[in-house]
Design a protein around this ligand. Sequence first.
Ligand SMILES: Cc1cc2nc3c(=O)[nH]c(=O)nc-3n(C[C@H](O)[C@H](O)[C@H](O)COP(=O)(O)OP(=O)(O)OC[C@H]3O[C@@H](n4cnc5c(N)ncnc54)[C@H](O)[C@@H]3O)c2cc1C
Length: 478
Amino acid sequence: MPVMHRSSTPVPDSLARRLEETVGTEHVLTEPSRLMAYESDALTSVRGDPAAVVFPGTEEETAEVVRLLHGAEVPFVPRGSGTGLAGGAIAHDAVLVSTVRLNRILEVDPQSRRAVVEPGVVTDEISAAAAAHGLRYLPDPASGSTCTIGGNVATNAGGPHCLRDGVTTDHVLGLDLVLPDGRRLRLDRGDDGGLDLAGLVVGSEGTLGVVTRIRVRLAPAAPAVGTALALFDEVGTAGAAVSRIIGEGLLPVALELVDRNTIRIVEESEFAAGLPTDAGAALIVESEGLEEEVEAEVERVRQVLEASGAPGVEVAREEQRRKQLWQARKKAYGALGRLAPDILVQDAAVPRSSLPDLLPEIERIAEEHDVTLANFFHAGDGNLHPNLVFDRRDAEQLRRVEEASAEIMELCVEAGGTITGEHGVGLDKREYMSLIFSDGELAAQRRLGRAFDPDGRCNPDKMLPAPAGGGPTGATAE
Ligand SMILES: Cc1cc2nc3c(=O)[nH]c(=O)nc-3n(C[C@H](O)[C@H](O)[C@H](O)COP(=O)(O)OP(=O)(O)OC[C@H]3O[C@@H](n4cnc5c(N)ncnc54)[C@H](O)[C@@H]3O)c2cc1C
């Protein structure tokens, strides 16, 4: 986890004027006091002021902005809402190209069950617009009320309800991309043959260009929903129950775990859901489908949870109670903000069957390094989110957090896991990439990036580490 705060070299006046002519004076920021608001994403330990922030309002303006930056040989970084947790949307000595004005839902077509949206649309707004037709957009990152669909595409975002229905890439039908030299591409996914370039762009973390339009799949709204809440004495027992549910052949839409510390912290906040603060962990399990299917699945889930050591299982039937439980889970990150100014979120995905052993081990590592840990995560996917809470101004505390974070990461990789389940690599996990990929595999990824971005100026330094033996980092370095 690199810790930095740097100011950027300002963009030349002539470039700033050309950018203003393209998007309007009020849509270009260059004053240092206003740039500070863009110094980090939600990973606050990695900071750097951009050289400027530009807010194009159309696809054409976006392409022209990128063309101008390319002509001036100035690097740039696409940015949505800045809720990313990997330091992917920060720019030092680079210009931020913000998509927040590209926020139109262009089409919702109930016949083909598709929507066409601009990248700055807030994720939850797609479902809100589709609801009039009895449809919804399935991926639901916990940040859905603030993050953008463009950011979701760039990080291949997941969410609590991705267990059964898949992550962002499973719902993207096509996209438009402004290449790093300003040219525009339309990329569709279908049976026409050729490489799945849209699929390549999903998850490329803004290193291949700016996504300016997205065509997404919509699904019918669920006729019925049932949510079960189970409390456990120990986090390891809750972890074992997760595998048991899946092992019984059940596939709920969501299976989320919150640990002891999270319960305590949430219950002290405005998001309290009345969970007992002496519980060791809680599981939230949600089923969707036809009324009878949901009834049957919730009943089987309840039996498995009780057989796995949950003393009692609550089945939330009222919409209000369901919302309360989900708020406790989805707003847990916000509640953590009351403890300390900084949070480092780990994002490893591990084999589900390793959860009973790993979860107590992660708690042990946090204790050993004397750091505050709260774990709430997509347990059904084995996608852990150990949150380490700290104050980066305390160098000694920061060192302990870094050590604990590295140990947790290594533990997860040793257990057969990955370094990121859904948040992406960004700057934060770049140095861990070699735990997963060989030199040859990393070089192949760099070469592929260079096909889109030969000059290495599109979100430079993100995702891929510097090659062994030195040299530039980033998706486009050799
Ligand atoms: C409370 C909280 C809960 C969260 N829960 C989840 C969760 O459940 N699941 C999950 O997956 N993530 C989650 N996240 C992380 C984050 O919300 C996601 O990574 C989200 O997809 C980022 O969207 P954004 O608009 O904020 O993107 P940003 O943070 O602005 O950018 C993220 C990355 O996308 C690139 N990018 C953004 N827009 C574009 C574009 N138009 N074209 C090309 N590249 C682009 C940026 O360069 C950067 O690399 C959570 C974060 C928070 C703070």
